[in-house]
Design a protein around this ligand. Sequence first.
Ligand code: DER
Length: 225
Amino acid sequence: ADQTALKKLAGYRAAEFVEDGMVVGIGSGSTIAFVVEALGKRVAEEGLQIKGIPTSDKTRRTAAKLGIPMHNVDDVDHIDLTIDGADQIDENFAAIKGGGAALLWEKIVAVNSRRNIWVVDDTKLAPQLTHYLPVEVIPYGADQLFKRLKYAGYQPTWRLDQNGNPVRTDSANYLIDLHFTKMPDPFKLGRELTSMVGVVEHGLFLNIVDQVVVGRADETIAVFD
Ligand code: DER
């Protein structure tokens, strides 16, 4: 099956973990689009009662259009379950996220959720994290920060849109993508990055996920706890 079919398979399976009455964090990206589609159907057909908390403006709009009531993260007491995608997940359930430019709100929603589920097709699984690492940075002084990241050997590149302009996140920050051949200690790297003045957050999601739903090439779904 092609990757999109696997994303749909996994997305629909993950949506089944949503129960009536839940406050649900809704992730960003093309895999989550299927989760939103499945939840929209349940809201419309079963009268599923949920409160959706978006991880991006795009998700807020897409989910609202499908009839899912959307609220802000500060409108609720807590989030029961968040379902999100990922760019790469290693054997320790560490992930790199942020390919969709939503990493800051995704991490805010994730850390305020009682449970986190990631939904991926099996191309996202890897023994080690090798995917580029997005870092969200404050625009003021970002060029200086870029130079510091370069000298530190992180091989930084600006996240540009299709017109070659720097992408602005929903918090109006910039994204710098770092490139590695190997990442021996994600925890150490994460601490180093967040200690740099001007760095808001990075796309290493460590000790966050509880369950991973994987759409596999043989069209089966694996759920790893
Ligand atoms: O930005 C993210 O972390 C998203 O979850 C995203 O990168 C996953 O994208 P995909 O589901 O479109 O592959």
